[in-house]
Design a protein around this ligand. Structure first.
Ligand code: AKG
Ligand code: FE2
Length: 315
């Protein structure tokens, strides 16, 4: 380094002393330039390494850019609503005035469903899913169609069990399921300023159970970014009722609204309802679950009565 060189012990003068002095004086002029070049190289190399690390992290699906937490796991939200401009996705579908989204956005509330209701509805999911379960990390139970993940496929619970289904589920289970659906429907209608009776439950509406087991089929790959209206067609309003607590019951598995610049995250909490208009204004994904088990229900609504489904019944 330059200060050490300046302070280095002097060599005895010789016949080549003048030449050496000339060389040494050239060196002392060049030295700061060499150092500058060296630092420039280090800075450029450092920036390239940082950029490569960011690109690599992004390609792994890590938290890209800035992430804002819309709903933290430990807060109890009476209700939060964020309006976003509607996409054009609804224009290519039949419109139902007073229902099809004109006001778009996303809402989160911990006041619609109680923790006790969430616990009881989760036990319905546990009962049903204990009869099967995917070989991969994502299992579903659809009480409307009877679809249940088993291995790499699905079975129809109602066809498989016939009348014996009543030994598994009770009338109270189904009543609770209907009550919860109704409360969520009312919350959506209120937030978007539409009549609850214009909304119809649509398919698929289902329980999900996710763990960290490696995916075996495409059905297990829940983490891809998607638009519900594109994926499911009939959806106009999507809602999610969380039945487990982020970081108590599982790690990873946060819900992410994907936006350029700043993603918005919802941390699941038992009893938390998150709802949003289903078009590409609400592109989203679920982070991979790293440990534990995550339960939720996807409850979907349409404005088109032709795409409506009924509440499930036991008999
Ligand atoms: O479980 C979640 O948080 C999201 C599920 C989802 O995106 C879906 O069912 O379409
Ligand atoms: Fe979705």
């Amino acid at each position: 380094m330059a200060p050490q060189r300046r302070g280095a012990p002097k060599a005895p003068e010789s016949s080549g002393a003048a030449e050496r002095r000339r060389q040494s004086s050239t060196k002392s002029i060049r030295a700061p330039q060499d150092v500058r070049k060296k630092w420039l190289r280090v800075a450029v190399l450092g920036s390239c390494t940082a950029l490569a690390a960011c690109l690599f992290w992004g390609s792994l699906g890590g938290d890209d850019g800035i992430t804002e937490v819309l709903a933290h796991r430990s807060e109890i939200l009476p209700g939060r609503f964020i309006e976003v401009p509607c996409s054009e996705d609804y224009d290519s579908h039949r419109r139902f005035e007073g229902c099809s989204p004109r006001k778009c956005g996303r809402g989160i509330s911990d006041a619609v469903i109680t923790r006790d209701e969430a616990r009881r509805i989760r036990s319905i999911a546990e009962k049903g899913l204990s009869l099967g379960g995917s070989d991969g990390g994502a299992s579903i139970l659809d009480l409307h169609s009877g679809a249940l993940s088993v291995g790499k496929h699905f079975v129809n619970l109602y066809r498989y069990f016939g009348d014996k289904i009543q030994t598994i589920f009770s009338e109270e289970d189904f009543q609770l399921y209907r009550d919860v659906r109704e409360k969520v429907q009312l919350a959506i209608a209120q937030a978007f300023g539409i009549s609850a009776s214009s909304l119809h439950l649509t398919k698929p509406t289902f329980f999900s159970r996710i763990n960290s087991t490696e995916a075996r089929t495409a059905h297990d790959e829940y983490w891809h970014a998607h638009v519900d209206k594109v994926t499911y067609g009939s959806f106009d309003y999507t809602s999610l009722l969380y039945l487990s607590d982020y970081l108590d019951d599982f790690g990873g598995g946060r819900f992410v609204f994907m936006e350029e610049g700043a993603n918005k995250t919802v941390e699941p909490r038992a009893g938390r309802v998150s709802f949003f208009t289903s078009g590409s204004e609400n592109l989203h994904r679920v982070e991979k679950v790293h440990w534990g088990t995550r339960y939720a229900i996807t409850i979907a609504f349409t404005c088109n009565p032709d795409h409506g489904i009924l509440d499930p019944t036991l008999t």
